[in-house]
Design a protein around this ligand. Structure first.
Ligand SMILES: Nc1nc2c(c(=O)[nH]1)N[C@H]1C(S)=C(S)[C@@H](COP(=O)(O)O)O[C@H]1N2
Ligand SMILES: [Mo]
Length: 556
């Protein structure tokens, strides 16, 4: 008998198609039993092992697309979404590639019974995924063994399904002289089969994704908003004036007020930006968490959280930014941090003579090194356990994280699992991927609002308040200037800051004129140095450039 074997590209189509329900089933297992969701694990694996630039480029491109589509989410939510979409897209493409390769194999090993080839192919494909699961920075909550068995079963089913499809797609050539012995279909049946397979796939995918989403909806929210409407004082232009415990913020009665529409000077904790290397899941921190500090020390310790909370504590109002924050981006936030000074920790553990740095490792295997000399020279560096007087939210690093003034977030490890005292500084997670070695923050200024709705009359002219933030890390802000339509730079008024480690809220009252306008802002740090006005991308040292806003304004 003469049969026409299905083309390899058909394997790609079927592989892609069948990967959808495979993902849906994984999603249900993920939500129900903490089994792996391979798109995220695979993506995390790839991004760990690929040069950082490739992934960053991909995510940046996705972020542009999502922002272009008009998502109202903040940039970090958008970035997470982009990451997750990319992860699933990549997994689908891998599925297509697997399908094509399997069809190529089936074409060569053309056995009539078939199923065994599919099962074996599935087992082979499962192996690299099992490796990814076994080496994932966050072990699946189901346990690694169960996870690997699950992945094996899924890919056996996948291989068998592909093999079955392969045989359904095998078309017998019109050959009157022989009786078909294999399952044969005609071209019309083939099309029908693809449509049916597509339909069945869609149903399983939708049901699975729906079920997974339902299970997820039952989870408690990751964070509870602490600053609610009752501590927002309308008289202060919608700004929060108290911390989470209801105490007035240090600058609550500052004379200069934020312009309406300026971001919250004190970020509600639930809105604090979040950036980390995990695309899917947050780490599980055990109830009986302890922090081991080991290595080149006289006193190795293993502290409970209660022991750490009983140590001499310090609180500070702190602005932190991600090095990936673009000019005017939302990856920058301010809250009150509480923790134990790292100098106190050093006193307790007594580093050896030849000790040089702390190697800090997170529950996600993120690592970062801090030189002991840096700690000895700066009593503000802290091992933090609270944001806004509450334990750190899990997304922001519960139970412990580090604060280092004047450095971007990449230097402030979250979810600290262990600290090792070592005899050499080494590049940490992001530094190894080509980002700044020291990650010193760069001065930045942003226009948050041109508040035409808050226009007012003074001395016979209409003034429109313009406002925003400026930040230069520990150097502070000495001056902010605004210019309109390439005119003269004009000094803005600076609101007193919450501390010498927070951003500065500024305001400028602009004499209104009708029409289309361009507004620009620059800042100067405490030493009088102007921010870098050239445009630099976020990578490798943090973004710079002048923020400008265009608005067309009409007489009220
Ligand atoms: N364990 C761990 N710590 C981490 C990271 C991470 O991926 N894992 N990301 C760093 C980066 S790049 C930033 S900007 C800050 C963000 O902290 P946040 O999510 O609380 O805003 O955490 C830092 N600490
Ligand atoms: Mo970051």
């Amino acid at each position: 008998m003469n049969t026409k074997k299905p083309a390899i590209w058909l394997g790609g189509v079927i592989g892609l198609l069948f990967t959808l329900p495979l993902m849906a089933v994984q999603f249900v297992g993920f939500e129900l039993a903490g089994l792996p969701y391979l798109p995220f694990d695979t993506f995390d694996f790839v991004s760990r092992n690929l040069p950082g630039a490739v992934i960053t480029f991909g995510i940046d491109a996705m972020v542009e697309v999502i922002i272009g589509l008009g998502g109202g989410a903040t940039l970090d939510e958008t970035a997470k979404l982009a990451e997750q979409l990319m992860a699933q897209g990549i997994y689908l493409l891998i599925g297509a590639a697997i399908g094509a390769v399997m069809f190529a194999v089936f074409r060569r090993r053309d056995d009539a019974t078939g199923t065994n080839t599919g099962v074996i192919a599935g087992l082979v494909v499962a192996m690299p995924f099992a490796l990814i699961v076994a080496t994932a920075p966050l072990a699946p909550t189901s346990g690694v063994l169960l996870a690997i068995v699950w992945v094996g079963l899924l890919y056996v089913a996948f291989g068998a399904a592909l093999n079955w499809a392969y045989h359904r797609l095998t078309v017998s050539q019109a050959d009157a002289s022989s009786t078909p012995t294999t399952i044969t279909t005609t071209g019309v049946d083939r099309r029908q089969f693809l449509v049916q397979a597509g339909g069945a796939t869609a149903v399983i995918t939708v049901v699975g994704a729906g079920l997974g989403a339902l299970l997820r909806a039952g989870d408690p929210p990751a964070t509870v908003p602490l600053n609610t409407a009752d501590n927002i004082d309308a008289a202060d232009n919608g700004q929060i004036l108290t911390d989470g415990s209801g105490n007035p913020l240090p600058n609550a009665d500052a004379e200069i007020m934020a312009v309406p529409g300026t971001r919250q000077e004190y970020t509600p904790v639930a809105e604090h930006y979040r950036i980390d290397i995990l695309s899917g899941r947050l780490p599980d921190i055990p109830d009986d968490y302890t922090l081991p500090i080991t290595g080149l020390v006289a006193n190795e310790v293993r502290w409970t959280l209660d022991e750490i909370r009983d140590m001499p504590a310090e609180s500070a109002f702190i602005t932190m930014s991600c090095i990936s924050n673009r000019v005017a981006g939302s990856l920058i936030s301010t809250t009150k941090w509480t923790g134990v000074p790292m100098q106190y920790i050093l006193d307790q553990i007594q580093p050896d003579e030849d000790a040089v740095a702390l190697k800090i490792t997170g529950a996600d295997n993120f690592d970062e090194y801090i030189e002991l000399d840096l700690i000895r020279n700066d009593d503000r560096i802290m091992l933090a356990y609270a944001f806004d007087d509450e334990p750190l939210p899990l997304r922001n690093g519960y139970p412990l994280r580090v604060h280092i003034p004047d450095r971007y977030g990449m230097k402030q490890p979250k979810w600290i699992q262990s600290i090792e005292v070592v005899d050499a500084w080494e590049p940490g997670y992001w530094v190894r991927r080509g980002w700044s070695r020291d990650a010193i923050v760069r001065a930045t200024s942003v226009i948050d609002t041109v508040a035409d709705q808050a226009a007012f009359d003074a001395d016979g002219q209409t003034l429109i308040p313009i406002g925003g933030i400026a930040w230069a890390g520990e150097r502070g802000i000495s001056r902010v200037q605004v210019r309109v339509d390439d005119g003269e730079w004009q000094d803005a008024q600076l609101r007193e800051t919450m501390s010498d480690r927070t951003w500065t809220i500024w305001r400028y009252e602009w004499p209104f004129s009708e029409g289309a306008h361009k507004f620009e802002v620059v800042c100067y740090d405490g030493a009088g140095e102007m921010q870098i006005t050239d445009n630099n991308p976020v990578r490798p040292d943090g973004a710079t450039g002048v923020h400008s806003v265009r608005r067309t304004l009409a007489e009220a």
